[in-house]
Each structure stands twice: as C-alpha cells, then as structure tokens.
Write a protein that binds this ligand. Sequence first.
Ligand code: ZN
Length: 152
Amino acid sequence: MTPDPRRIDWRALTDAAREAMSQAYAPYSGYPVGVAGLVDDGRVVVGCNVENASYGVGLCAECGLVSSLHATGGGQLVAVVCVDGDGNVLMPCGRCRQLLFEHGGPDMQISLAGGIKTMDELLPDAFGPAALAAFGSAHSPGQAQQETHSDG
Ligand SMILES: [Zn+2]
C-alpha cells in the first residue's frame, strides 16, 4: 500500500540526506552524494557515496543506504531522498534504481525536482524478485529432476 506522501516528513529526510552527503568520500569526482530512506518501521537509514582510487569500484550512496537498512534490522524502504553536493534532490542512477526497487518495491516514494514519484514511475516494468519467483515455481527442483531422468 502506498503511504500518503503528505504524512512523510520529507524535510527531515532531506536534512538526513544532506547530513549523510557531508560525510561522503568523493575525492576523485568531487561529487558528494547523500541519501536517506524512511523504513516501514519508522527508522531512517542513510548512505553516502564512497569512491576508490580504482574508480570502477566506487559505491553510490544508495549502496550504503541498503547496507545500513539490513545492518540495522531490515525492513522495506517507503520513502527516499537523494541529494547532491549542493543539497539539491538528485535522480538515482540506473543501477541504483534497481537497488531501490529491490528494497522498496514499486510503491516506494522518492522526492525529485519535479515532485514525488514512485519507484514504478522511475523503473517501469522492473525486473525484480517476482521474476525469479515465477521462474522458480515453473522450474521447481522436483520437476527439474523428473526432466533430467526422462531421457532414457
Ligand atoms: Zn547509483
């Protein structure tokens, strides 16, 4: 069920994202990013980007957010704000949309320059856990074994 966006404290989430951004480790790009997420149990979790001298292994802020989500008890993200170095709301990159979809689902809300959107609007027709579950139920281990032994 989609939470009422008017009941989410977007200002507090944005402040938390800005605070996380101030802790970013972005010496190579000079592009700090912070993110804050409201969890379905009321917790707020945060993340910041962490770059690396081996550029390709740098982590987006959302990676830290999702790790923090699970490290502090799990649950599902219901609302997220991502900010740039000026504290302005920022669109997550494509990979992070996939990350957020996995841990927030299609109804998770995100604050963007144009207003509040849902994950389903950011990543329509998303690949996710349901796709794996559908495949798994169509190819259950019992069925696979039966197929394996049906060649003689
Ligand atoms: Zn990203």
